[in-house]
Design a protein around this ligand. Structure first.
Ligand code: ZN
Length: 445
């Protein structure tokens, strides 16, 4: 671009931003994801950035016309990342891209080094004798492959969730795992690890897919491997997190509301665009789209939950605080921004007509019904279980999701605006039918 055209472009963009300020807040999902990830960025649970995100959310939901917009706070254990580096020192020096798992323990400031013992699976680590890894660093590999329903995340997320506890039983000084992801890039995937019943958590990190491939190739050569690891995260005591709650009131306040949830917190490596700014954008834009031709009979409540990533604290707090208020049905969006391809519904037999009507409407969008039993997710599932509410899950294509999930690359560039809007259209279709259902929705048996 030459200088003159540069000036023209600059003045055009200035004019555009000036007029944007005057314009009403855009109600589309992409604008919510773009603005949250740009104006706030990462939103690690319990940090100042999560608090900034709550302030941002309150302002945006009010500007979009929601009622009773408010924050409900709750305490959580605080944890922050420190220094993180890892290097194979023998048989050949090789740098590893590593990140600490959430709630990992810390190595000494100077790190730990020792023999790396390669386990192709978590079961292989489990079968090592207790105490056999004293002074050594365990490495657990696995075989997570992409799939539309993201089914691998359950089993192949286990090295991350319980690997550190098992490695500690075996006496290891630290644990490294292949990231719980489906990519072969240099981005490591973080994610929370379970707390041990007693004692300090083991230092535990995930290396990128590319580096895990390297470790596997070296292991196959059968030579002794040595590794040096420094991870210095720290627990910061009890800190404050919170849920942001907003209502689109229905015409008939006697009808129990529909609860639609997502989570506002994110991991700290990226900006949490697909996990889960997109979910909040989808449920919010869909609630507005469903009611744009007129007020619905039934209220829709939007829950942007806090602290989902570190243990579902927001969803648990919401279920506890709102235990006495009846909810008709719950839904959640937390699998990225790619298209909805199927639905799963849990309705009482008395609501078969409503369920069939919803399935028929979704079928018009090419969305098929599958026969799983949905339970919501971390943000709305606790309410669903305690109140036995009906549940609808709109299943998103997760083929690409675990390439970027919990990595530095979870940024706005991962969002496909066309697929994001398809989510909103599917959700709005469902919310409009539910919102205009004036018959009480029956509790599940
Ligand atoms: Zn999530």
């Amino acid at each position: 671009m030459n200088k003159f055209r540069k000036i023209l472009a600059l003045s055009a963009s200035l004019a555009a931003s000036a007029s944007l300020h005057a314009a009403p807040v855009p109600a589309d999902a992409y604008s919510i994801v773009a603005d949250l990830t740009t104006e706030v960025g990462q939103r690690l649970a319990g940090t100042d950035r999560e608090a900034a995100a709550r302030d941002w959310a309150v302002a945006r939901l009010k500007a979009l016309g929601f009622a009773k917009v408010h924050v409900e706070t709750f305490p959580i254990p605080g944890w922050e990342r420190g220094e993180e580096k890892a290097m194979i020192t023998a048989p050949v020096p090789q740098k590893l891209a590593v990140t600490a798992l959430g709630h990992s323990g810390a190595t000494p400031a100077g790190g730990v080094s020792g023999e790396l013992v390669y386990f192709p699976t978590l079961d292989a680590l489990k079968s090592a004798p207790d105490g056999s890894l004293k002074g050594k660093i365990a490495f657990v590999d696995h075989a997570f492959k992409p799939a539309q329903d993201g089914a691998g995340y359950g089993p192949f997320g286990q090295p991350r969730r319980i690997g550190p506890i098992i490695a500690a039983q075996k006496g290891a000084a630290a644990l490294l795992i292949r990231s719980a992801g489906t990519d072969h890039t240099r981005d490591p995937h973080t994610g929370v690890t379970n707390a041990p019943k007693d004692g300090a958590p083991l230092p535990a990190g995930a290396v990128s897919g590319t580096d895990a491939d390297l470790v596997a190739r070296l292991a196959a050569k059968g030579q002794v491997m040595r590794v040096a690891v420094t991870l210095t995260p720290r627990f910061t005591g009890t800190v404050t997190s919170g849920n942001v709650i907003a209502d689109l009131p229905g015409k008939d306040p006697s009808l129990a509301p529909i609860l639609v949830g997502c989570h506002l917190d994110s991991w700290d490596l990226g900006t949490g665009a697909i996990d889960d700014a997109s979910g909040c954008a989808i449920v919010t834009a869909a609630a507005l789209q469903a009611s744009k031709d007129g007020q619905l009979a039934r209220s829709i409540r939007v829950l942007w939950a806090g602290s989902e990533e570190i243990g579902g604290f927001g969803g648990q707090d919401y279920a506890k605080v709102h235990a006495k208020e009846p909810h008709a049905l719950v839904m959640e969006s937390d699998s990225g921004a790619d298209r909805v391809y199927a639905t799963e519904m849990a309705f009482a037999p008395a609501d078969k007509v409503l369920a069939d009507k919803l399935a028929a409407a979704l079928a018009q969008m090419g969305i098929t019904q599958s026969l799983g039993h949905p339970e919501g997710g971390e943000d709305v599932g606790y309410t669903a279980v305690s109140q036995k509410t009906a549940v609808i899950d709109l299943k998103q294509d997760a083929t690409r999701y675990f390439d970027w999930h919990h990595t530095p690359s979870d940024t706005l560039e991962r969002i496909d605006p066309v697929q994001l809007q398809q989510n909103v259209d599917a959700w709005a279709l469902v919310l409009k039918i539910l919102g205009n259902e004036t018959k009480a929705i029956t509790k599940l048996p």
